[in-house]
Design a protein around this ligand. Structure first.
Ligand code: PGA
Length: 640
């Protein structure tokens, strides 16, 4: 249920962001005009240059589009959903202000493609914000269409695609035209309806001769045949690089008896300046500036009407030239109404963007599926002894031996030896408290971990002589031995006390090496299994699976510690296997398979290889033999 809701929210947000980014990228100038309206409404009109606003418009479109794609493809799920939530939590109050103050009638979220009222926009944002909060809360519930290793293709391709769309729209004109002057529009009909008093987008459409103010709208629209309209909202800012081509088109129109007018909102000075610069001879008419910006996103741009219907639009970068205008328009392709350009553009977008990504997703899923099948096949064929290599460790327990100088010297020697010859297992040394800070200064903890032999069962305070887990951690140590039989016996550490110690150690991010093991009498009475089980249950089986996974177990039969009497490899393996089985009972086989279980008790270089060769013995906790670098190294080498 949760998964379904999160994925529905993701779909909704993804689609909305993609659409919103796409329609903006298709018409960056439209976004620019909208932003100018906003700035004007906030009395900040003159603060930002048009170029900066245009760059922002392109960036905004790319950001929205890419965020939508990332969400849809579940790329960087956490970061993407957070960024979307932040954007929406800024936009929602802003749109509330728009709805209340109404400085602009339409927010421009979807360009001209979908015009919403300010209140509709606000409620739309409330819904999107709720969806964004949902995906932020459970980002990992979003399933992937493309695996992580192939996501870079989607990222780069989407960015490139949307920037190319913006760039092309600026160079040419919007590929998708959602405004009321798109190719194929019968202006004559629209204008007549408006004149009859019907609601119409052409209310501000008028054409007045610049010299005498005569309104010739009706005349232009009712002209049977072709009319060229050169649309330049502001002649002062119009691009004059194509002036020769424009003059040639005018000559061509004159020769063929077509009407040709320049339409602008600039006054007389602007028109005269343009005439001076370009040598324009065509007549100029005045039209509303906003209407001109709506007609074509190019300054100047060219419009071709046939019997009052818009049949072609060209930006100044793509004007028809002498090779296109070879004969009268009714004999040329450009003189005919084009086929449905919207459908063609939709097909182009599909072919260039949607199809490659769809192919990528399908290939990727197939690849993942075959990988999965291969894995299944392998795991069925191969005899599964261990599903995963758990960590092998040799840990030293110095106990109460060596003063600071000797301890530092031993640690230095070990450090140098193991740096020169990298061990094949994890190595840890657990030292008296007073050694820790000095050793931490030089020990290469990528090779040798450092730990304490104990820590207090209290967090802090008036406990004279005790050392807390936090203090141990602050020395630079990472490990702590807890539950050693010597602490249980001589210092009366009960399972309850040890439970507290384990919790405090983990709270301070120390890895616990937890010791268990039976006495000689218990072994002789055949109670070893019972004893180790009770010790685990008493102090560590209360942990969550996640915390238990951080524990290393050390099985140390008390009768073997410091006595020279080792448990045989078979004896040790038997009880190690039993310990693993009760871990499996409590936490499941996977956790049991991953838990490192060390053997301790008179372990030395001579018996280590046999012990460590057993499948359930993952290394050792070494007392006496850890006090000399050579002896300890001999045990570590058992893993070679
Ligand atoms: P030992 O001690 O190797 O000297 O027997 C092991 C231990 O107590 O951890």
């Amino acid at each position: 249920m949760k998964k379904t809701i999160v994925n529905l929210c993701r779909l909704l947000l993804g689609v909305v962001f993609i659409l919103s980014g796409f329609v903006k990228a298709v018409d960056p100038l439209g976004t620019l005009y909208k932003m100018q309206d906003y700035l004007l409404a906030m009395h900040l009109g003159k603060w930002l240059p048009d170029m900066a606003l245009l760059a922002f418009a392109v960036g905004l479109a790319a950001l929205e589009f890419c965020l939508g794609i990332f969400l849809l493809f579940a790329i960087r799920r956490r970061a993407t959903s957070r960024v979307i939530a932040v954007i929406l939590s800024i936009m929602t109050p802003l749109t509330l202000w728009l709805a209340l103050a109404n400085p602009i009638s339409d927010c421009g979220c979807f360009g001209d493609a979908l015009v919403l009222t300010n209140w509709q926009t606000f409620w739309k944002n409330i819904i999107l914000l709720a969806a964004a909060i949902t995906v932020v809360k459970w980002p990992l519930e979003m399933f992937r269409f493309v695996s992580k290793s192939n996501q870079w293709i989607v990222i780069n391709y989407s960015m490139l695609f949307i920037l190319v769309i913006s760039g092309w729209s600026l160079y040419d004109r919007p590929q998708f035209d959602f405004r009321p002057y798109q190719e194929g529009t019968d202006l004559r009909k629209g204008w007549t309806q408006m004149m009859e008093g019907n609601e119409s987008p052409y209310a501000d459409f008028f054409i007045e001769k610049a010299d005498d103010g005569e309104d010739i709208t009706e005349q232009v629209l009712n002209n049977e045949g072709y009319t060229f309209l050169l649309v330049a909202p502001w002649l002062e800012k119009a691009d004059d690089s194509q002036l020769d081509l424009i003059n040639q088109i005018y000559e061509y129109a004159k020769d063929n008896g077509y009407l040709f007018y320049g339409l602008t909102a600039s006054g007389e000075t602007g028109i005269n300046r343009w005439r001076d610069i370009t040598g324009a001879e065509y007549p100029f008419c005045l039209t509303d500036g906003t209407t001109l910006k709506t007609i074509i996103r190019s300054n100047p741009g060219l419009l071709l009407l046939k019997d009052g219907t818009v049949i072609r639009k060209w930006s100044h970068n793509r004007l028809p030239n002498e090779y296109d205008l070879t004969s009268p328009l009714d004999e040329l392709e450009i003189g005919q109404a084009p086929d449905n350009t919207t459908t063609r553009h939709i097909v182009e977008v599909m072919l260039w963007f949607v199809l490659p990504l769809a192919i990528l997703s399908v290939t990727d899923r197939l690849w993942m599926w075959t990988k999965w099948i291969r894995k299944q096949h392998n795991s069925n064929c191969i005899y599964k002894k261990e599903t995963k290599m758990r960590k092998k460790i040799v840990a030293g327990n110095w106990k109460m031996n060596m003063n600071l100088q000797d301890g530092v010297a031993l640690a230095k020697e070990l450090n140098e030896t193991l740096k020169a010859e990298k061990p094949n297992c994890g190595v840890v040394i657990c030292t008296p408290f007073i050694h820790l800070a000095s050793i931490a200064q030089f020990l290469d903890q990528n090779i040798i971990g450092l730990g304490a032999e104990n820590c207090a069962d209290k967090e802090k305070g008036a406990f004279t002589g005790e050392v807390s887990a936090e203090m141990v951690k602050s020395t630079g140590a990472q490990y702590v031995i807890l539950g050693h039989s010597e602490r249980r016996e001589y210092y009366k550490e009960t399972p309850e006390i040890l439970k507290e110690k384990v919790l405090l150690a983990q709270k301070n991010d120390l890895k616990v090496i937890f010791c268990i093991g039976e006495s000689l009498e218990e072994r002789e009475a055949g109670k070893q299994n019972e004893v180790v089980k009770a010790e685990l249950e008493g102090s560590v089986f209360n942990l969550s699976e996640e915390d238990f996974r951080k524990i290393v177990i050390a099985y140390e039969p008390i009768w073997a510690i410091g006595t020279g009497k080792t448990a045989t490899a078979e004896q040790a393996e038997e009880i190690h296997a039993y310990i693993r089985s009760i871990i499996a009972e409590k936490y499941g086989q996977a956790v049991a398979d991953d838990t490192t279980i060390l053997y301790g008790g008179s372990c030395k270089a001579s018996n280590a290889p046999e012990l460590f060769a057993k499948p359930d013995i993952d290394g050792g906790l070494i007392g006496g033999a850890s006090l000399k670098a050579a002896d300890f190294k001999g045990i570590i080498d058992a893993f070679k």
